[in-house]
Design a protein around this ligand. Structure first.
Ligand SMILES: NC(=O)c1ccc[n+]([C@@H]2O[C@H](COP(=O)([O-])OP(=O)(O)OC[C@H]3O[C@@H](n4cnc5c(N)ncnc54)[C@H](O)[C@@H]3O)[C@@H](O)[C@H]2O)c1
Length: 282
């Protein structure tokens, strides 16, 4: 019988060997995701869709899981990147539905190597006016939706036995109060994700599954565009004096997923134009 200890030791040894083998690799080789399958929740638009296109550009097949149809046609994405794309309708508030979507994705794509959890919603409302229903829904999508997506991906990675990489999308709101916005519960939900990244990194390390978190700052997507009256705040308050774009996030995620990051787990990267550090001008 193979003991848990020997499984862990052999995974650790393989990890060390991979790290040594990669010393002579080019940076492009270290970033390559060729032969991998990446699952992305919230991949139909915005940050998730840009990350889907990024990983495809690096050689990965892509599974988009979302309540919405992807904004770009699957066939057009496949033609652009020469990689397989799949879309499965999935609501992250329904565990039975998530089970089916992941099962179908594995049936069709054969494996899961990476998972990015980008599905999320925002709520900008004074603390004293939050009601139970909208608060419950936000926590279900942002926390439990990410938690169980990561769990389903990790279950499959453990079965495969070759490790994997998970990137959880948190937010600048996990770091500090936000200028001109009242996002107490949203921020709390994203702070939960930031900590989840650390705890899962430790718990899943014996399986060589790395878990890291990304905190975008103000980023030009449908989510930030809904706040029409404070667009000037998004443009002017970051120390780097502009709103971010989904493209600003791509290399951070490419790094976290890549074999070049084989010693990086439990890390958090805030890509906010500096805003999470504070402001000098008022
Ligand atoms: N845009 C920003 O300024 C910003 C800043 C910090 C963090 N974020 C985070 O980045 C992530 C992506 O946001 P975005 O800006 O791309 O927003 P977006 O609204 O463009 O995309 C969010 C995606 O999540 C999907 N989604 C929502 N509820 C879902 C559900 N129940 N089940 C499955 N999918 C669901 C949506 O359909 C959509 O495709 C979110 O987690 C968000 O909190 C965004």
């Amino acid at each position: 019988m193979i003991s848990q200890h020997s499984v862990v030791s052999s995974i650790t040894l393989n990890g060390t060997r991979n790290a040594l083998n990669s010393i002579n690799c080019s940076v492009a080789d270290k970033l390559s995701l060729a032969g991998k399958v990446t699952v992305i929740t919230g991949g139909a638009r915005g940050i998730g869709l840009t990350l889907a296109e990024t990983v495809a550009g690096l050689g990965s097949d892509v599974v988009i899981l979302d309540v919405l149809q992807p904004e770009r046609e699957i066939s057009e994405l496949e033609k652009t990147y020469g990689k397989r794309f799949g879309y499965y309708r999935m609501d992250v508030t329904s565990k039975p539905g998530m089970d089916v979507a992941f099962e179908n994705a594995v049936k069709d794509f054969g494996r899961i190597d990476h998972c990015i959890t980008s599905a999320g919603i925002a709520l900008d409302k004074p603390f004293l006016e939050h009601n139970w229903e909208e608060s419950r829904r936000l926590l279900d999508i942002n926390i439990l939706g990410s938690f169980f997506s990561a769990q389903l991906a990790a279950e499959q990675m453990v079965k495969q036995g070759h490790g994997g990489s998970i990137v959880l999308v948190a937010s600048i709101a996990a770091h500090c109060a936000i200028p001109s916005q009242c996002v107490s519960l949203y921020g709390a939900s994203k702070a939960a994700i930031k900590l989840l990244g650390k705890t899962l990194a430790v718990e899943l390390a014996p399986h060589n599954i790395r878990v890291n978190t990304l905190s975008p700052g103000f980023t030009a997507t449908s989510m930030s565009r809904q706040f029409t009256e404070i667009q000037h705040v998004f443009q002017t308050t970051p120390p780097l004096k502009r709103i971010g774009t989904p493209e600003d996030l791509t290399l951070a995620v490419a790094y976290f997923l890549s074999k070049g990051a084989s010693y990086t787990t439990g890390a958090e990267l805030a890509v906010t134009g500096g805003l999470h550090n504070g402001r000098i001008e008022v």
